[in-house]
Design a binder for this molecule. Structure first.
Ligand SMILES: Cc1cc2nc3c(=O)[nH]c(=O)nc-3n(C[C@H](O)[C@H](O)[C@H](O)COP(=O)(O)O)c2cc1C
Length: 308
């Protein structure tokens, strides 16, 4: 049974994963913090927390709230900064079998470029995930990703700054996901990740105030799944040169298979890691069991099958 997927086919270095299941940014830290209740090396890849040039403290508390079928977060890119990441985390990753992708964030194009330059060629870093989709920061983030012209400009600038495989992670907070996907694909993205969180909020009727310290946050989890799935379906229909990676509300193998059948070559798992930490390995096992039962030799045979 073949589960391996190439997630940067247009890039000289390439980015071959042993299986299509990836831990999503912000839900597994740097992968180094704690004893995982599963073998982290068995993942297809993991994406570390959004990384800015300087360390950031993030947004005021509270920064997480549960809703009826999802989670709101407004972490605001709390992270250790790129220099500490290179010094403290990359040497650990360099000893790992699982590829680690750095989620790159910033408040100006120049910041993204500086980070991309710093991490180019660093042992232990296998790729960049360009985060132009964070709804929780005042400047940058989603602003870049919601407009095809600025999304294209920042993608080309980062592409020039680093030879690492470049995934671009898009926001679902747009009316024209296909237009934005097309512009980042034309600007050198090696894969497109769909999607980040939906901008959302909750109000506490006792205090009569917004629940989150930042007022708004990003909605993830099952509520996001049908939206992200539709976006994967629409984008994968027109972008065939580079892979699409699905992300949004995947809790189990059935959810992951829906994304794959919509056209995703791989999937990312976020909120499920917070609820059920072994979720990614359960998804890998569930995909294998489905393939065995349905006599599918190669995962590629079902990528986009719902569109055929
Ligand atoms: C607590 C939390 C922190 C997150 N931090 C980041 C981040 O730093 N960078 C990023 O691109 N996405 C971040 N995300 C978004 C996830 O990577 C993912 O795109 C989103 O949650 C949708 O997937 P899910 O429904 O499986 O969680 C975060 C999500 C959560 C819940």
């Amino acid at each position: 049974m073949k589960l391996s997927v190439q997630l940067a086919p247009q890039n000289k270095r390439g980015l071959l994963l042993s299986n299509p299941v990836i831990a999503a940014s912000g839900t597994i830290g740097y992968g180094t913090e704690y004893e995982h209740p599963f073998d982290i090396q068995s993942l297809g890849a993991l994406v570390c927390k959004g990384t800015t040039f300087e360390p950031r403290d993030g947004n005021p508390q509270p920064r997480i709230a549960e809703t009826s079928c999802g989670v709101l977060n407004s972490i605001g890119l709390q992270n250790i900064g790129v220099r500490s990441l290179i010094k403290e985390k990359a040497p650990v990753w360099a000893k790992w079998r699982v590829p680690v992708i750095v989620n790159v964030a910033g408040s100006a194009e120049e910041e993204y470029v500086r980070i991309a330059r710093e991490i180019d060629g660093v042992a232990g870093i296998s790729g960049i995930e360009l985060n132009i989709s964070c709804p929780n920061v005042k400047a940058g983030g989603m602003e870049f990703g919601a407009d095809p012209v600025s999304a294209a400009r920042i993608t080309s600038a980062v592409k020039r700054a680093s030879s690492l495989p470049l995934w671009v992670k898009l926001t679902p907070n747009t009316a024209d996901i296909v237009g934005i996907a097309r512009s980042v694909s034309d600007s050198g993205a090696d894969a497109i990740v769909l999607t980040n969180t939906l901008k959302a909020m909750a109000i506490d009727i006792k205090t009569r105030r917004p629940v989150l310290g930042n007022v708004t946050g990003g909605l993830s989890g099952p509520a996001l799944k049908p939206v992200a799935l539709r976006m994967v379906y629409e984008v994968a229909a027109v972008i065939t040169r580079i892979p699409v990676i699905g992300c949004g509300g995947i809790l189990n193998a059935e959810d992951a298979l829906e994304f794959i059948m919509a056209g995703a070559s791989a999937v990312q798992i976020g909120t499920a890691n917070l609820i059920n930490p072994p979720a990614p390995v359960e998804v890998i096992e569930g995909i294998k069991a489905y393939m065995q039962k349905e006599k599918i030799e190669d995962i590629h045979d079902i990528v986009g099958v719902a569109r055929r």
